[in-house]
Design a protein around this ligand. Structure first.
Ligand code: ATP
Ligand code: FE
Length: 338
């Protein structure tokens, strides 16, 4: 089967082709327009998706060396996300499915982030993928979840954030530090040359496998206000150490819960997913902790961490195999629990 996967839930327009379970092309257009506003502006995101979607799908087909008539089914992100952004992808997918007379597959974005871990790399020597069941820590711009993937289509959420997501914790503290949006990748960059133990920020005491990140940005804000009062150049002078210390705290919160999840479930194949799984500190820490505790750990390739068509195409492939198709009258939904 040849599956076209289309992702348009937020500010990345992405399309991928999956042939018999292998992702052979994955093309993403990221929207630069939002940087000047310090966050994603929904209406501008929808318009940029409209401009990008045809060239992105076209390029994905060309890179896969196939034409539209070869497609077996079309998978698209149906939920959750910005409604205007989702509408562009879903309308496009529906129109294309209708004109090609092929089935449509509705994909949940958070399921797709998890399944990014089972996309074959295409290079056999690298091809160590988790087998089911595995644990996944999904850390993205809008979600922070610990999930058991029993099989590709049966995921169970064990815990999640009760307020901000891990990606928001990165982006909001970056904003406090005067860094442009999205700040996550910049914190990662500066943290590489900073001292993670220079500053201590309190960690939340949340029971079970749930998370809370809203307190962290407040504690960073109060701390900096106090320091700036004494030294107006405090942030510039300590940028790297501040980034490293914030990143250390976020990772520490995440890893502690992962340890708890492994202990609770006895599952020791551990994956990460979502935009924050691109974070080099998180990847290193997971690998190190995993080696110490005898876990098998997996990090998706960078192109499958942030929003991408590849994860939609692979999820579409599994749904295709089990015959889970959508009606042409399906609508996208902004909020949908997994
Ligand atoms: P969701 O998937 O919850 O709907 P989203 O699709 O907007 O949200 P993603 O694209 O998966 O989120 O991830 C974006 C987030 O990842 C942003 O918060 C961004 O700052 C963060 N991020 C990306 N790269 C890094 C990195 N290297 N270090 C830390 N955070 C990162
Ligand atoms: Fe996402």
């Amino acid at each position: 089967a040849i599956i076209l996967g289309i992702e348009s839930s937020c500010d990345d327009t992405s399309a991928a082709i999956c042939i018999e379970g292998k992702v052979v092309s994955n093309v993403t257009a990221s929207q630069k327009i939002h940087e000047q506003y310090g966050g994603v502006v929904p209406e501008l995101a929808s318009r940029a998706h409209i401009q990008n979607i045809v060239p992105v799908v076209d390029t994905a087909l060309k890179k896969a060396e196939i034409s539209a008539k070869d497609i077996t089914a079309i998978a698209f992100t149906q939920a959750p996300g910005l409604i205007g952004s989702l509408l562009v992808g879903s309308q496009f997918a529906k129109s294309m499915a209708m004109s090609l007379q092929v089935p449509l597959i509705a994909v949940h974005h958070m399921q797709a982030h998890v399944l990014a871990n089972v996309i074959p790399s295409g290079e056999e020597y690298l091809d160590k993928k988790p087998s089911f069941p595995f644990l996944c820590l999904t850390v993205s711009g809008g979600h922070t979840q610990i999930v058991v993937a029993h099989n590709p289509l049966h995921l169970e959420v064990l815990g999640e954030t009760i307020d901000d997501a891990a990606g928001e914790a990165f982006d909001k503290t970056a904003k406090i530090l005067g860094l442009p949006y999205p700040g996550g990748p910049l914190i990662d960059k500066y943290a590489k040359v900073g001292d993670p133990h220079k500053f201590k920020f309190a960690e939340p005491q949340i029971p079970d496998l749930n998370f809370s990140f809203s307190g962290l940005k407040t504690s960073v804000l109060y701390f900096l206000n106090k320091q700036k009062f004494e030294n107006p150049h405090f942030i510039e002078e300590n940028k790297e150490d501040l980034c490293a210390s914030v990143q250390f705290t976020i990772i520490d919160i995440l890893i502690k819960k992962l340890k708890k999840a492994v202990a609770q479930t006895g599952i020791n194949q551990v994956c990460i997913a979502g935009g924050v799984s691109a974070n080099s500190g998180l990847r290193e820490t997971l690998t190190k902790v995993g080696a110490e505790l005898g876990w098998e750990t997996f990090c998706p390739p960078f192109q499958y961490c942030t929003d991408n068509g590849g994860m939609i195409a692979i999820t579409g492939y599994y749904k295709y195999l089990s015959g889970e198709f959508a009606d042409l009258n399906i609508s996208p939904t902004a909020r949908a629990k997994w």
